[in-house]
Ligand binder design. Structure first.
Ligand code: SF4
Length: 119
């Protein structure tokens, strides 16, 4: 029996799956929402980066927390990190909001932590 190469163009490789909201584009398998740090409010205590180590890191220029990965930790662990924040500057947002939030943050004047106030 010989295989007809033309069959490759006639037979589906697999059944197409319907979108379920958990595709990587929408936040991977762990989250339906994105997590966001308002760096203008962050006081640099590092609590969040100690709790959810695969999600939060301390940004080196301003010394404030930043989400560097959306699918690094479980939802519960990220929620725990959110709950530890003393100034409540971490929140769940829609993935579609991230670009707008980044633009708003870039428009703000954020001073590095540890420097004396401007005179
Ligand atoms: S817990 Fe809150 S204040 Fe502390 S570093 Fe994280 S985001 Fe900043």
């Amino acid at each position: 029996m010989t295989n007809d190469p033309a069959l490759a163009f006639q037979v589906k490789a697999s059944e197409e799956s319907k979108p379920n909201g958990k595709e990587p584009l929408l936040g991977g398998k762990l989250h339906a929402k994105a997590v966001w740090v308002d760096e203008s409010l962050c006081i640099g205590c590092t609590y969040c980066s100690c709790v959810a180590t695969n999600t939060f890191g301390m940004e080196s220029t301003h010394g404030r927390a930043r989400v560097f990965r959306q699918d690094g930790d479980s939802t519960n662990l990220i929620q725990e990190a959110i709950d530890t924040c003393p100034v409540n500057c971490i929140e769940w947002v829609r993935f579609e909001e991230l670009d707008e939030l980044r633009l708003k943050l870039e428009a703000k004047s954020i001073r590095p932590l540890g420097l004396p106030p401007l005179r």
